[in-house]
Design a protein around this ligand. Sequence first.
Ligand SMILES: Nc1ncnc2c1ncn2[C@@H]1O[C@H](COP(=O)(O)OP(=O)(O)OP(=O)(O)O)[C@@H](O)[C@H]1O
Ligand SMILES: [Mg+2]
Length: 293
Amino acid sequence: MSEDSMHTASPDMPISRSYSANHRIPRILSIANQKGGVGKTTTAVNLATALAAIGKKVLLVDLDPQGNASTGLGIKRAGIRKSTYDVIFEDATVAETVQPTKVPGLFVLPSSIHLSGAEIELVSTEHREFRLQRALRVPLPYEYVIIDCPPSLSLLTLNALVASDSIVVPLQCEFFALEGLSHLVKTIERVNKSFNPRLEIHGVVLTMFDRRNNLSDQVADDVRNYFGDKVYKTIIPRNVRLSEAPSYGLPAIVYDMKCPGARAYINLAKEVLKREKQILSGGGQTMDATQAA
Ligand SMILES: Nc1ncnc2c1ncn2[C@@H]1O[C@H](COP(=O)(O)OP(=O)(O)OP(=O)(O)O)[C@@H](O)[C@H]1O
Ligand SMILES: [Mg+2]
């Protein structure tokens, strides 16, 4: 266990499990933006797939009761016995809950409809903000954990942020892209102060960019003015293949590897890993929430 992880784990994290030698504390990235339909799930699924294709062992955690990441990876609702819900409430371990996907090296912690009740149940649960941290910030056989957050700043999202090293924020290239973002930034500040000082913004990814539309350029400029270098160079274009792929239960990178959307997500994964190298070598590419505000 790294020193960092020992210091930031919740005080009463269980320690009496047996771990195999190839287990380690994973890097945990949340894909979060409380705005609906901005490309969180598409980014989570395709970034996770691209990281796996590059050779990383990846766990995608579906934290959204809608379960779009799970179905988008071909997991049938009927086949889900244990879900992220059971992990949160300690009715199952991560190992008992993960399911393999068609992508080698990519595993999923599936969502279930029970998650829609989790918010209310969590309110009266002990260590309610630390449930995911306790399950995920332990030695696991994954290098990366990617969490697909629901479109809210609820206790579920809070659990994701408390467990994470960094956040990737997808922003749709539309007129109100930046609207409401101050709430996300304030939530990160609150998490920094009260629960997880480690949490940083890894980067902002512009999604659904339409190069025929001047507004997309304008929005991209505004976002770069606001977030500076935090905005990844890779921009995800609007591409129908990205929206078709989930109905086949496949990530776009598998469904049509050559489509512009798939290529963009492969580039995004490379950029994410480049930043990771800088962060892990102490280069400090990330900034804290106050710098973004
Ligand atoms: N780059 C893109 N090009 C075309 N369609 C896209 C693109 N990104 C996402 N979509 C489509 O837009 C819709 C919303 O995307 P997605 O589900 O990824 O957003 P989300 O932020 O996860 O939504 P929610 O807030 O409901 O969880 C989906 O139908 C998806 O297939
Ligand atoms: Mg989603």
